[in-house]
Design a protein around this ligand. Sequence first.
Ligand code: PMP
Length: 305
Amino acid sequence: MKIWMNGTLIDEEQCCISVLSHGLHYGTSAFEGIRAYDSGSDVVIFRMMDHLARLRRSAAALGVSVRYSDEDLRDAITTVVRENGLRCAYIRPLISIGPGSLSLNLSSADNQPVVVIAAWDWSTYFSADNQGISLITGVGRRVSSQAQLRQAKVSGAYANAYVASAAAREKGADEALLLDESGFLAEASAANIFLVKNGILMTPTCRAALAGITRDTIMTLANHLGYDVQEGDLTVKSLHEADEVFLTGTACQVTPVTNVDGRTVNGGNVGDVTRQLQCSYLKAVRSSSSFVSNVCVGTDSFRAA
Ligand code: PMP
């Protein structure tokens, strides 16, 4: 695999970073997950500039200013996808506070951040992505909505999500649904949640959930399709009583949930609203329509490589 590191494309084996890096010890790294799709004629990178804007905001939350412009990063991502011969890809840019001082009492000028971009083929996130997965509550709480980094995609926060997700699997479920500090639904370890009840879509507010780009896309698509979408404080009871449940995220796309806390949802079948939104989403990610503002990379530029 070829990885872009601090402006240069190099083999993965040659990418070295000190074991005394700040990011490794304290999780002081900002990252993104982005997907590229093959539209047949083009490689389409779904809402790339929105992901880069969030990456910059997450880095800023850590006090790190990124020395590359969005255009530099866009070109770097395109190069990584192309040079690895990918047409469908999961793309992972990461900005990490590097080696230097291991103090928490650090000025951002002390340690030069390391910027890396990798891409690989990651077709489905859950093995049962399409037929429906099982969710479990009660195995973890989301990082508090009062915490400074609640809207930043920062590595350290994922230790909490990872432990909850591992606890879910230990109990035989595919994924954890984390609750906020008041016991309302927050989000899964790396995905937002939607419930469908009597034809209305409901999703937790972003107070205790990442403002997902997929979430935003699904809300727009659902409105276009004539559905009412409500954001609010949702209880575990409402999750148990939902007609349909699904997760959204760059990695898991639109993943139906057919079992919650051991109870089947919609008789264990993927619901019609979920399927309709999943189909619309999988069309939108490959399209060049203005509302999704995808970055299309013409095939010619790939052929030329
Ligand atoms: N919540 C968390 C905690 C996540 O890590 C992700 C994945 N980025 C999401 C929600 C979904 O966000 P997006 O749709 O932008 O990928």
